[in-house]
Design a protein around this ligand. Structure first.
Ligand SMILES: CC(C)(COP(=O)(O)OP(=O)(O)OC[C@H]1O[C@@H](n2cnc3c(N)ncnc32)[C@H](O)[C@@H]1OP(=O)(O)O)[C@@H](O)C(=O)NCCC(=O)NCCS
Length: 376
């Protein structure tokens, strides 16, 4: 019996279910959301349109977008109780832990928590989309002993986040690069955090619990946490003249280089060229080309040595740094975006559910008798 079992470590190559949300096509280096290439969406839509697409399956017309934006803008405020809890978070806690707890609190505040019907889950998704940035920004301000800034209804999703963090909206070049990054991060098939959210939803638990679990999965450096590690690496190198040697030494020591490699894309991540273009633009706009110079040398050396290509976290890390965000905010920003993909998957799983419960191959001791405690 055991000879017939084929264990796919890390579920590599396993098709666990079908999904109509996004299509990852590594062979042609392409990713589509509901059939639209992600680069096309990033260049031609605002993030709000992409969120609507993921929640509803179609891009909105002007009226649908206006209604959706109004709902999102009117849901940005978080309760006084939650603000008070955020103010009491340990100052040194990682913002991924604080946003995870914040979302858990939103679940406790929602009387419809057990209602998993699609209209209610879509409404919860919009509320989470609207409130997660407020939680992240409030926590950032509280942690730095700054006054918390209330959300503004007159600003777009991306503009409002800058306003809540820094008290002002930066030039269009910066907001646009941020908005593009949110579109690129929004959805990516059965990645680890999305799969975690689907496993939780498959037990018919609630949407907030599924998102909390997904945030926990995203935090890991092998998944979303890589965008923070990329910036720590670039800062450690600090000088383009040291970049090649740094990479050669790291590879010799068999270290995993953050921001490189991907379980699905073996020939390059389809999202990288768009993000790289905007990261380069930001470097020029801010008069800080150093991070791009270091990145280019790392990328070329990795290509020459191991033919492993960068993933989205590689250009996104320095882009967020140039926008002025603390490094530990990078993965929470990923949460602000990926909530759209998670919600779409939670709704899809719930609408056509079967408990996700795989098997394992047992490798422990054979059956044996219990020895009495006195004799052990
Ligand atoms: C993303 C990741 C977990 C995919 O891992 P995976 O599918 O399990 O691939 P493997 O770890 O089996 O890698 C295959 C080979 O490439 C190497 N490799 C993969 N990513 C590498 C990296 N970032 N740096 C150095 N070597 C890497 C592995 O060491 C392995 O080499 P080997 O066959 O000589 O042992 C992995 O590439 C990684 O850890 N990357 C860094 C973290 C990161 O950027 N994560 C964000 C993902 S979007």
């Amino acid at each position: 019996m055991s000879e017939q079992i084929v264990v796919k470590k890390g579920l590599e190559g396993v098709v666990a279910d079908s999904s109509s949300i996004s299509k990852v096509m590594p062979e042609i280096n392409s990713l589509t959301y509901k059939g639209y290439p992600v680069q096309d969406l990033a260049e031609n839509c605002r993030f709000e349109e992409v969120a609507y697409l993921l929640f509803n399956g179609e891009l909105p017309n002007a009226k649908e977008l206006a209604n959706f934006e109004q709902m999102e803008r009117e849901s940005r405020t978080i309760s006084k109780d939650l603000i008070s809890v955020i103010k009491h978070f340990p100052k040194k806690a990682h913002p991924m832990d604080t946003v995870r707890t914040g979302v858990s609190f939103l679940g406790m505040e929602d009387e419809r928590i057990w209602d998993n019907s699609t209209p209610v889950n879509k409404d919860k998704a919009i509320k989470m989309l609207a409130k997660i940035p407020t939680i992240i920004a409030a926590d950032y301000r509280a942690r730095n002993n700054l006054e918390i800034i209330a959300p503004r209804k007159d600003l777009s999703f991306s503009e409002n986040f800058f306003s809540m963090c820094f008290g002002e909206v930066p030039p269009t070049e910066v907001v646009r690069a941020f908005d593009v990054s949110l579109t690129l991060y929004a959805e990516h098939g059965f990645n680890a955090s999305t799969f975690a959210s689907r496993v939780i939803s498959s037990t018919t638990s609630d949407m907030y619990s599924a998102v909390v679990g997904a945030i926990g999965a995203l935090k890991g450096p092998l998944h979303g946490g890589a965008n923070e590690q990329v910036m720590h690496m670039l800062k450690e190198i600090d000088d383009p003249a040291k970049a090649r040697e740094w990479m050669l030494t790291a590879l010799k020591e068999k270290r995993k280089i953050m921001g490189f490699g991907h379980r699905v894309y073996r020939n390059g991540d389809s999202r990288v060229p768009t993000m790289k273009k905007y990261a380069q633009g930001l470097g020029k706009f801010k008069g800080e080309p150093k991070w791009q110079e270091i990145s280019d040398i790392l990328e070329a050396t990795m290509e020459e040595q191991k033919q492993i290509r960068p993933n989205l976290d590689f250009p996104a890390g320095p882009a967020y740094y140039l926008m002025g965000f603390d490094i530990d905010m990078f993965t929470p920003i990923f949460v602000m975006s990926r909530i759209t993909g998670w919600a779409a998957h939670i709704i899809e799983q719930t609408e056509n559910n079967r408990l996700i419960r795989p098997l394992s191959q047992y490798t422990g001791p054979g059956e044996r008798k219990v020895t009495a405690l006195s004799a052990r």
